[in-house]
Design a protein around this ligand. Structure first.
Ligand SMILES: [Zn+2]
Length: 473
């Protein structure tokens, strides 16, 4: 099935055709490792993970690269505000490198908990300073960059077209207004951006490197262009990131990469929209700081959050509330309970043609601009179909190679808690799943409450040496 993706560059859904047939070069903007990741940012990584796994599912070979921003990212995505890494280090009385190591590790632990595959290449910006210097030098030689006040700037007036994506939301314009207030008088044009800082307001910047322009450090945008070109070459098939990165970050990436290469760089731009609450975009600085650890503390299985994210399309904002998350938990546990009932009835013999039949609508859903909620519907429909349990299980296993919800392992674990789940109502099995998650996160108050609810439904739950067992009262 031909994969179609919405491309921010062309503003339409189009056939995704890699530059080299059969191989996809995919780049993802990684985290700035100055704090824990907000679950809103992690939504982007979940959607990108589905995209990558779906492409692999269709037989494409995916080369994926991600940077880790450990230097140069100021608190505005332009060049103003405080250095994020430096403020993280000050906040925790640690060195910048200690902060970077700690939060890089934390980020990948969150990814693990959410079943997000780690890209083959993950590169911290501080590992590639020589590459940045090389590209910046070429940009100066080609007349696309200039020195002013000790810093090197990219000259956006030298481009035929700077606003490549062409459409900016109110939020982007707000960034532009903020930049106006804190105007850098070295800039020849308002949209110019820093490639290399030597003179900055941060006298105590810890990390500095020798460069032809003096001791300094790179701007934020240059790292993604350089790391992508270094590992994926001159033709990038797809670049991913949160929609708030489209401007200025990705706009600047295109500007400097194409000025450097002298030809088009990336064909397709995949942008994931925000996680909102009632008051708008959720972030570290607004409202409760929602992390994977916090969800775990509250007794949520991180995969239930993944399931929640898959319930909506990546190009729509998703409204987070605990009520919405609870609904997703219920649906997720119900799914597991239903699958657990298939396992004892399966004779293990799945006819490939029958399995393929169940996979068709799943494939169609994802080929249509990664419509994950329709893919979940396809999975539910497969469960309801009159195919044999073995066929259903085989299809679900294949679907879950993309969805990564651990459906069959969870169902198997649930099955192990009872002799036979056949006569046990799905509601009871859901509660058993929820209780298991609560116990795993040591939320014993919630676990006890769930046990009481299970008891009130006529079932007894026992902890034995072999694990949790469920019996009729
Ligand atoms: Zn980036």
């Amino acid at each position: 099935m031909q994969l179609q993706l919405y491309n921010t560059l062309t503003h339409k859904k189009e056939d995704f055709v890699p530059y080299t047939p059969g191989t996809v070069n995919m780049y993802t903007c990684g985290p700035t490792v100055y704090h824990y990741a907000h679950i809103g940012n992690l939504r982007s990584y979940i959607c990108e993970d589905i995209l990558e796994k779906y492409m692999a599912y269709t037989g494409l070979k995916v080369n994926r690269v991600m940077n880790i921003t450990d230097v140069g990212h100021l608190s505005s995505d332009g060049d103003t505000g405080d250095d994020k890494m430096l403020s993280g280090a000050k906040r925790e009385h640690k060195t910048v490198m200690e902060i970077a190591d700690f939060y890089t590790k934390a980020f990948f632990e969150d990814c693990d908990a959410l079943n997000i595959k780690k890209p083959e290449v993950v590169k911290p910006a501080t590992d590639c300073i020589d590459d940045f210097i090389k590209v910046i030098s070429t940009l100066i030689e080609k007349g696309f960059a200039y020195e002013a006040g000790g810093n090197i700037y990219f000259d956006t007036s030298k481009l035929d077209e700077y606003y490549k994506f062409g459409d900016f939301s109110g939020e982007d314009l707000a960034v532009a207004v903020r930049d106006d207030v804190d105007e850098d008088t070295n800039k020849r044009n308002k949209t110019d951006f820093v490639l290399w800082f030597t003179k900055s307001k941060f006298d105590d910047q810890e990390l500095k490197w020798e460069s032809p322009w003096g001791l300094g450090y790179p701007g934020w945008h240059i790292e993604c262009s350089c790391i992508s070109m270094k590992f994926l070459g001159e033709h990038l098939d797809i670049h991913c990131g949160g929609v708030d990165n489209a401007f200025p970050h990705h706009t600047n990436e295109i500007a400097q990469s194409e000025a450097y290469l002298g030809h088009k760089w990336c064909n397709c731009w995949f942008h994931v929209h925000h996680l909102n609450n009632k008051n708008g975009k959720m972030s570290k600085s607004k409202g409760e700081f929602l992390t994977v650890s916090l969800l775990k503390e509250k007794g949520y299985d991180p995969l239930a959050y993944r399931f929640f994210c898959l319930g909506s399309h990546y190009r729509k904002s998703l409204e987070f509330s605990y009520e919405n998350l609870d609904n997703a938990v219920t649906a997720y546990n119900r799914l597991i309970a239903r699958i657990s009932k298939l396992i004892p009835r399966s004779d293990g013999k799945a006819d490939e043609a029958e399995v393929e039949k169940l996979l068709t609508s799943f494939d169609e859903a994802l080929a249509n601009d990664i419509n994950t909620s329709l893919a979940i519907t396809a999975l539910m429909d497969a469960l309801k179909s009159d195919a044999s349990p073995a066929v259903k299980l085989a299809a679900i296993e294949r679907m879950d190679s993309v969805l990564s919800l651990d459906l069959i392992p969870h169902a198997q674990a649930l099955l192990n808690t009872a002799e036979s789940t056949d006569d046990i109502p799905a509601e009871v099995l859901e509660l058993v799943e929820q209780r298991k998650a609560a116990r795993k996160e040591k939320n014993f108050a919630l676990a006890d409450e769930l046990r009481d609810r299970i008891t009130s439904m006529g079932y007894v739950i026992e902890e034995t040496r072999e694990g949790t067992k469920l019996k009729k009262a």
